[in-house]
Design a protein around this ligand. Structure first.
Ligand code: 6GU
Length: 243
């Protein structure tokens, strides 16, 4: 695959400043990917730079106008095509979208161009979803990061990008750490498990000892202990959400 590109369109570009830090920032410096944050207001006309209006049909709040969104997405798609990217995945952030999980993050990590449309207020005029759903070289996915309501899609975009970018080949120093982590680890029944608990030195801390299996040097015993501990942790987690 060519170098993946990640565009974010928002009325709060500073909200995305963590993209230049840590894992994502380093991956970009190493040329493994490209990111760009665009200000939606740069695609408005008129002195008021207005991006929203009252909803047809009435109701609380404001709805984002499709006009600047269409301009912004078209310009960004053209720019990406100039760089040799031919298909665009438009991600519309909304609590009404498909919930992000690890399998979905793997799917998104295969895409060459993600465009994140960060809505605020009561969301974006739905014709943006409809229009790009039928446009050549585009696919549209509405995405949510969980069952709660945020003020806008910016933080959700950071969450998705952090989950996706660490799956791109070469981004993580140790590819092995991908295999054993939560939600990837499975037992024989292929039920997804959260990660087993981890321990490091010292061997005793505040009266607590590291499980002796992990100090045994016996790799079979260690693997067995880890699967059992992951199952136990997964069950505990289920109990918390069952009430
Ligand atoms: Cl993607 N956006 C908003 N506004 N709230 C959310 C969300 C997204 N995901 C969960 N809650």
């Amino acid at each position: 695959m060519s170098t993946p590109r990640y565009d974010v369109i928002t009325i709060f570009p500073e909200y995305l400043s963590p993209l230049s830090l840590s894992l994502i920032g380093k991956a970009e410096e190493r040329g493994l990917l490209a990111t760009k944050v665009s200000d939606l207001r740069a695609f408005t006309s008129g002195v008021h730079k207005s991006v929203d209006d009252t909803p047809y049909g009435g109701g609380a709040g404001m709805v984002m106008s499709p006009v600047p969104w269409g301009e912004a997405i078209d310009v960004i798609a053209e720019e990406a095509e100039g760089e040799g990217l031919s298909t665009h995945t438009l991600i519309i952030l909304t609590p009404a979208g498909r919930r992000l999980d690890q399998a979905f993050a793997y799917e998104l990590a295969q895409k060459e161009h993600l465009i994140f449309a960060c809505g605020r207020y009561e969301g974006i005029d739905y014709r943006v979803t409809d229009h790009y759903s039928t446009r050549d070289h585009f696919e549209v996915i509405e995405v949510s990061i969980g069952d709660y309501v945020l003020g806008g899609g910016e933080v959700a975009t950071l969450v998705i990008l952090e989950a996706v970018i660490r799956l791109i080949p070469g981004v993580l120093g140790n590819a092995e750490s991908l295999k054993e982590e939560s939600h990837t680890l499975r037992d024989e029944s292929t039920e997804p498990l959260v990660e087993y608990p981890n321990f490091t030195k010292p061997p005793e801390w505040r009266g607590l000892e590291v499980p002796p299996e992990l100090l045994s040097g016996n790799h079979g015993l260690i693997a067995k202990w880890r699967v059992a501990a992951a199952k136990e942790r997964t069950e505990k987690l289920k109990d918390q959400t069952r009430e």
